[in-house]
Design a protein around this ligand. Structure first.
Ligand code: SAM
Ligand code: SF4
Length: 487
């Protein structure tokens, strides 16, 4: 009954766009090369390890062989040095800001049959549903009530969810106003589009277009994505972000679903992908995601390649060192305690208060319903609890969307490469957006902790003019209805 699409742009008989590749549409994942590095590098040499760590601390991206060396290093005391280096890089370079967002699942119809996903077409137990315009707005409204400012909208792959539809739903989500609040940045995670399609979603004002390769290993890719399905075309998916760049969408996110194949190989694939985009388009991916396979209804998620917590920490720390200019996203697939620990390795964004059932922000109050969600979540904390926990750990929860809105693309790159950028823009904007959250949405205890942190942070701002301006803006947020200050 809820599966009606009320948008005029989504007739149900549409065809999928043709699969035309980009100008750089080649399979750049040469397994012999990646395995060659993994086979040659033995790891565990403390002298070379420290040289590589020094290189990463000087903000230089690592090569494939250096990444392979880190991946092959498994002596516990040397792995500890990798952890320490990732923590150090995070502390010295990125500071303590963690950007918060929420996923918004729009529809779970899907023509594909990915073995690991409960939205797969062969899953008879999945409750299929697409949000109507009104339902979509209701979800957004509820997310605004919680205090969210950034969303990632998620779609299955289906003729109903073509580029026009995605663009339209993004526009609609942006229009929702709740008092003075509206969503300020919408990223999307959806099937690969053709160039025309990428232009359309770009024009709708999306932030990042995120698409995961799932596995860079060809044989595994073909095994988990049947070849008679649209997603079964490895090269078309690998080429997706090339088409995005060529269509003018240069804010993109890559990712691998860890647990499908050997985690070391997948890290090599991610690093190769990032290097390829950087080389061809002069700009690497904005974010890297590293979801771990979770149990999912009607899906096959038992795997000989399941990644344990220790190796998961290793891979996050190694990615941090290997791709320093890239934001890293850690999702609520992981349990709260592990998330807290892994944040220290240089994660820049996390989701909070996430509901992944379609309609979940208004319709299901507590336990997740497996038939309606894509997989099982590991962290069920509310946004306010996550904000409270971050404050307790000394992190600065941020809802900042400034760079995107003033057209400063590649913010992660700028944070990293431009001296003083973090002090001048990122920290002030994080504090301003946090002040808004605290006053409009937080519980009294979170408010108290947050105010203390903001006061302390303001004191540390050396530029007096900037400090005075921020104190004035914080005061205006606290005492008036004025909102949305940013630099
Ligand atoms: N249909 C689009 C696609 O396949 O690109 C959108 C993606 S899907 C709704 C979002 C991501 O969830 C997938 O790319 C996959 O990596 C991840 N995912 C699917 N099943 C999962 C599972 N069982 N555990 C963890 N992540 C999963
Ligand atoms: Fe469909 Fe995406 Fe799930 Fe595959 S991962 S079944 S394409 S929603």
């Amino acid at each position: 009954m809820n599966d009606t699409i009320t948008l005029p742009t989504a007739p149900k008989t549409k065809r999928m766009p043709s699969k035309t590749l980009s100008e750089n549409g080649v399979d750049f994942i040469d397994e012999d090369v990646l395995n060659g590095h993994l086979n040659v590098e033995l790891g565990n040499d403390p002298v070379r390890l420290r040289e590589i760590i020094d290189k990463s601390q000087s903000k230089t991206p690592l090569s494939l062989s250096e990444t392979a060396f880190l991946l092959k290093t498994d002596r516990p005391e040397l792995v500890e040095e990798i952890f320490t280096a990732a923590r150090q890089l995070k502390r010295d370079v990125y500071g303590r800001r963690i950007v918060l967002f929420a996923p918004l699942y729009v529809g779970n119809r899907c023509i594909n049959d990915c073995s690991y996903c409960s939205f797969r077409r062969s899953n008879p137990d999945a409750t299929r549903r697409t949000l109507s315009e009104q339902e979509l707005k209701h979800q957004v409204s509820s997310l605004l009530d919680e205090g969210h400012k950034r969303l990632i909208m998620v779609y299955g792959e289906h003729t109903n969810y073509d580029a026009d539809y995605i663009a339209e739903t993004v526009r609609q989500a942006y229009t929702v106003q709740k008092g003075l609040d509206s969503i300020r940045r919408i990223n999307i995670n959806a099937a690969p589009l053709d160039k025309e399609g990428f232009k359309k979603v770009h024009d709708a004002g999306i932030g990042t277009y995120q698409i995961f390769m799932e596995t860079y290993h060809h044989e595994t890719y073909n095994k988990v994505h049947p070849t008679n399905t649209r997603k079964g075309d490895y090269l078309y998916r690998l080429d997706a972000l090339n088409r995005a760049y060529e269509a003018g969408c240069d804010d993109v996110g890559i990712g691998a679903l860890f647990g499908l194949y050997d985690w070391r190989f997948e890290v090599m694939g991610l690093v190769k992908h990032a290097l390829f985009l950087q080389e061809k388009y002069g700009c690497g991916p904005h974010t890297i995601s590293f979801p771990r396979l979770r149990p999912a209804s009607g899906a096959e998620t038992e795997s000989e390649y399941a990644v344990n917590d220790y190796d998961f920490k290793r891979l996050v720390a190694i990615l941090r060192l290997a791709v320093p200019y890239t934001g890293m996203i850690l999702t609520a697939r992981e349990p709260a305690e592990l998330r807290k620990e892994i944040l220290e390795f240089g994660v820049s964004q996390i989701d909070a208060g996430s509901k992944i059932e379609i309609g979940g922000y208004t319709e299901i109050s507590s336990a997740q319903t497996m038939e309606r969600g894509q997989f099982e979540l590991g962290d069920h904390r509310s946004l306010d609890m996550v904000v409270g926990d971050l404050l307790e750990q000394g992190d600065i929860p941020s809802f900042c969307t400034a760079c995107y809105r003033v057209g400063r693309t590649g913010e992660q790159f700028m944070e990293f490469a431009i001296p003083g950028f973090i002090e001048k823009f990122c920290t002030p904007n994080a504090l301003l957006s946090l002040t808004e959250y605290l006053h409009d949405h937080a519980c009294p205890e979170t408010l108290k902790h947050g105010q203390k942190l903001i006061e302390k942070e303001l004191e540390t701002i050396e530029n007096k003019v900037l400090r005075r301006k921020l104190i004035d803006w914080v005061d205006r947020i606290e005492t008036s209805k004025e909102r949305d200050f940013y630099l």
